[in-house]
Design a protein around this ligand. Structure first.
Ligand code: ZN
Length: 412
């Protein structure tokens, strides 16, 4: 590669989000073009076929993991709701490949498994498993797939799989998803939602995923793989990288169908730290709900005490305080600021005019509230230097308004 080529390369940088690993730098992989839907449109006449809408193909490649994806993809342009995704899979080698996968899955399963398939399509793969191990329970989810099951232990739901709802409902031993991820806008998020939902209920189900692999397409400069419906194209590296980013334990990654397909068995639910963070966010929100009421009530009591109250600061954190705790302009008209630049403007959302702090020399307030706690020390010093006095100075701390000078707090 010459110096000139290197310059051209740097110039091709694209800020996109990789659906497999989440990295944000990509480079063009194919020149942009327009093509109609390739597998799902089923035009009924030659004229209909020729006049089909052309959709943008803008395939780029993630520099971190090598994933190839259509940066211009729009899921709503693919009419899965109206048209079935017919996939020819009756070839002999393909059938053998499916049998081999089924065998591997059966080895993986317990005696009476609960198996969920996301995107079951014609249902034949799940039905095959169900007939080989009929003591289990098999549930397929696919809004556009087969809806009628002829085996007692098998059922098909015509609904979209929702990890947060259906994993607790079924407690599956294994979740299967074959040839679905390459159609999704966010396959990384899809697997992350499975593993997080499992971890939340202390479950560690297996996951079997399978997608086309484009290693050979790239090596041999093949272009037919890159059409609208397959917006997200996995290489071995991008597939691995996606799994690394999911909080799963990878048990096996392999190729089938002569390297054209890549699959993995992983254990979901191995992300205890994510559950801890979620729990902490939950408790924060719960406690704020309580403290919000406390502070609203304290402000109301202040108003009814007939004391004059000033709020120090009218923008940023102070505006956030005024809005969150509904310190309206009628009950709390007096807002001052240290910054003369803000004087004469108004508190966003509530409308109090912001006055300069020296206003308090002429019209002293009995109570001063300082919403930005971390600046309280500075503001107290500013008040002392300028001779501004008040009976009490309040800050928000641990869910209520406290007296800055009298009560324990880390901001003194
Ligand atoms: Zn990537």
């Amino acid at each position: 590669m010459s110096d000139n080529d290197v310059e051209i390369l740097a110039d091709t940088l694209r800020l996109e989000t990789c659906p497999a690993c989440g990295h944000h730098i990509a480079v063009p992989f194919l020149d942009q073009t327009l093509q109609p839907l390739a597998t799902i449109a089923w035009p009924g006449s030659s004229n209909e076929a020729r006049t089909m809408q052309r959709l943008p193909l803008d395939f780029v490649r993630c520099v971190e993991c090598g994933h190839v994806y259509n940066a211009a993809f729009d899921y709503s342009k693919v009419p899965y709701t109206r048209k079935p995704n017919l996939m020819f899979n009756k070839g002999v080698i393909w059938s053998d490949s499916i049998k081999a996968i089924r065998k591997r899955i059966l080895e993986y399963l317990p005696e009476k498994p609960v198996v969920v398939e996301i995107g079951h399509g014609d249902g034949s793969f799940l039905a095959g498993l169900a007939s080989e191990r009929p003591d289990g329970t098999y549930i397929g989810f696919d809004p556009h797939g087969a809806s009628c099951a002829e085996i007692p232990c098998l059922r098909f739901c015509s609904t979209l799989f929702e990890a947060g709802r259906h994993i607790p409902e079924w407690s599956p031993d294994l979740i299967i998803s074959r040839h679905v991820l390459e159609h999704l806008t966010n396959p990384l998020g899809f697997i992350q939602s499975l593993t997080f939902s499992s971890a939340c209920i202390g479950l560690e189900p297996g996951l079997y995923i399978e997608v086309p692999c484009i290693d050979r397409a790239i090596e041999t400069r093949r272009t037919v793989d890159f059409y609208y419906e397959h917006n997200s194209q996995f290489t071995t590296r991008s597939f691995r990288k996606m799994l690394e980013r999911c909080g799963v334990e990878t048990e096996m990654i392999g190729h089938s169908y002569d390297g054209e397909v890549i699959y993995a068995f992983v254990k979901l639910g191995c992300c205890e730290s994510h559950v801890q963070t979620a729990r902490s966010a939950f408790f924060f929100r719960e406690s704020i709900r309580i403290s919000e009421n406390t502070i609203v009530r304290q402000l109301d009591e202040l108003y009814h005490s007939s004391k004059t109250v000033a709020i120090w600061g009218g923008a940023g954190k102070s505006a956030a305080f005024i809005n969150r705790y509904q310190a309206d302009a009628k009950r709390f008209p007096l807002v001052v600021d240290s910054d003369s630049e803000k004087v004469g403007t108004f508190v966003p959302g509530m409308g109090q005019e912001i006055r300069f702090r020296d206003y308090l020399l002429e019209y002293p307030a009995q109570v001063i509230i300082i919403p930005p706690q971390w600046r309280a020390k500075d503001i107290m010093e500013e008040m002392r230097q300028n001779g501004i006095q008040a009976e009490s100075v309040l800050i928000e701390h641990e869910g209520c308004l406290i007296d800055y000078l009298k009560a324990d707090n880390p901001y003194k």
